[in-house]
Design a protein around this ligand. Structure first.
Ligand SMILES: Cc1cc2nc3c(=O)[nH]c(=O)nc-3n(C[C@H](O)[C@H](O)[C@H](O)COP(=O)(O)OP(=O)(O)OC[C@H]3O[C@@H](n4cnc5c(N)ncnc54)[C@H](O)[C@@H]3O)c2cc1C
Length: 484
């Protein structure tokens, strides 16, 4: 059987994979490419999650693509609208014609002799094994396991007579109308679910072990909407995008340099929203500084509004055990429920679980250092799209894909067949990939590559610096080794 060959193979047809498709066909039109998608549909995250109220928690002017304006008046958009935008983008540029659905990539083996990857795929429900080869391999597989979310061990779950559901496994038959609901968690998913469920449930309790920073922001960006009414679409979009990038960066830098000031600012706003008698200290005062973990955004303060009406409440305590009727807390209080939602997070996964070998040696990514946050020491012709932790994911993915195109074009011009990042400077020291103190990061950080102490090994998490580094600095920088 002949093996199909592409110049570039992309894993995943989510936001990043579609961006990759656009960049390859636009900036390297002479190269062939295909996108291998494990599921039967595109959109990734925005198709997988079906819980009520699913929405972005960053604005669509930065979560949208640089090449396709987001034109809806809502800056914080609901999941179905984001999915529609992704589908329309894939169709508009013919990227959908390059996607092979039902192709789950399990292994990729690099051969230096042939200067190509052999990629093993399980196809369809029968998981029939098939192979492709490619000269360059781009992994756009997101960052978490699609099979199941993270649920810590809770005592007594088998005794609970109601239903327990993880948001990643939400289906349309999960009934919450008129029911007493407990949402366990305090992250982005919990703060999204609580106000939405509260619209129909008898009552919703957000049960958290410790608080998170929660910031109210208008769902609509009035400046962006004004610009769209007065300027050509692309110019208005570009200005709104940079405005939001810069505001986000300023807030991040301020949080890092004046954490106490930002803490007071955020808490003052929560107090203003919830009233002086509300115990903000207990429920909305995290033990860590702003941006030591991701902040949670609530459009138009919907979470606070739900709390104010009494349809939702926050309990900050530890779970002792599930009971027949609900959850008993360490304080002795028992919360009764018909439905318990475990918004306890994701299981992180590196490069879509694809097993990599280079000349028959298995690659342990945790032992590599990442180059510009996208390639890995000793691993030739492979890049991955991993977005920012402190800004919209797409910003970095767009830059990554554009950079890979520059790299490919440079290789064509120089007649190179292989490029491999290598650390030759002994003064570069390894550091963890992310410095977040969040549980989900700490649980998985050992699986992730390291970053280095200096450029081009350092992850600055800064769109302006990356625009310069990925868009303009020479591809031949001494750290990237090219060979014919
Ligand atoms: C509920 C939720 C809300 C979020 N909101 C925001 C937000 O507002 N702003 C923000 O910046 N980020 C947000 N994120 C992060 C979000 O995941 C990214 O913004 C973005 O959707 C990631 O896109 P992606 O294409 O890189 O990955 P994904 O959306 O995860 O898509 C990856 C694709 O790769 C496929 N795939 C994975 N492994 C394989 C394999 N081995 N073989 C074949 N195919 C494979 C998957 O099936 C999937 O289709 C959110 C995440 C979640 C879970």
């Amino acid at each position: 059987m002949s093996i199909e060959h592409f110049d570039v193979l992309v894993v995943g047809a989510g936001i990043s994979g579609i961006s990759a498709g656009y960049h390859f066909q636009t900036e390297c039109p002479q190269r062939t490419y295909a996108i291998l998608e494990g599921r039967d549909t595109l959109g990734g995250t925005w198709d997988l999650f079906r819980y009520p109220g699913i929405r972005s928690d960053s604005d669509m002017y930065t979560l949208g693509y640089s090449f396709r304006p987001w034109t809806s008046p809502k800056a914080i958009a609901d999941g179905p609208s984001i999915l529609k935008y992704l589908r329309e983008t894939a169709e508009a540029y013919g990227i959908d014609r390059h996607i092979r659905f039902g192709h789950r990539v399990t292994r990729a083996e690099w051969s230096s002799k042939e200067a190509r990857w052999t990629v093993t795929v399980q196809r369809g429900e029968a998981r029939e094994e098939t192979r492709f080869t490619c000269s360059f391999f781009v992994v756009c597989a997101g960052y978490y396991d699609y099979d199941a979310g993270y649920t810590p061990h809770f005592e007594g779950t088998e005794r609970f007579r109601g239903r327990i559901v993880h948001p990643q496994k939400w289906t349309s038959d999960v009934a919450y109308e008129g029911k007493r609901v407990i949402v366990i968690g305090s992250g982005a998913t919990a703060v999204t679910l609580v106000p939405e469920l509260a619209k129909k449930a008898a009552h919703v309790t957000m049960l958290q072990r410790s608080p998170t920073y929660v910031i109210a922001r208008p769902a609509e960006d009035s400046i962006a909407n004004w610009l769209r009414g007065h300027l050509p679409e692309r110019i208005a979009y570009s200005i709104s995008r940079w405005k939001n990038v810069l505001l986000g960066m300023m807030f991040f830098v301020l949080s890092k340099h004046a954490p106490q000031f930002v803490r007071k600012l955020i808490q003052g706003e929560v107090r203003r929203q919830l009233g002086a008698s509300y115990d903000v200290e207990k429920h909305f005062s995290p033990r860590y500084n702003p941006w030591d973990q991701r902040l949670c955004l609530v459009p138009d303060g919907d979470l606070f509004a739900a709390i104010k009406t009494g349809r939702a409440s926050v309990v900050t305590d530890h779970i002792e055990t599930f009971t027949e009727k609900g959850i008993r807390l360490r304080s002795g209080e028992e919360l009764e429920a018909d439905l318990i939602v475990t918004a306890t997070g994701l299981v992180l996964k590196v490069l879509g679980g694809v097993e990599l070998t280079v000349d028959e040696d298995r690659v342990d990514l945790a032992k590599t250092m990442s180059y510009k946050g996208m390639m890995y020491t000793g691993v030739p012709n492979l890049a991955s799209c991993i977005g920012y932790t402190n800004a919209s994911w797409t910003l970095k993915c767009d830059l990554t894909c554009a950079y890979v195109c520059r790299l490919l074009n440079h290789m064509s011009q120089g007649g190179y067949r292989r490029c491999t990042p290598r650390v030759s400077d002994p003064s570069i020291t390894p550091e963890p990939w992310i410095d977040f103190s969040s549980g989900y990061v700490q649980r998985s950080i050992h699986m992730f590559p390291k970053q280095g102490s200096r450029s081009p090994w350092r992850l600055y998490q800064n769109y302006a610096l990356d625009t310069l580094s990925l868009g303009f600095l020479p591809v031949e920088d001494g750290a990237m080794e090219f060979s014919r």
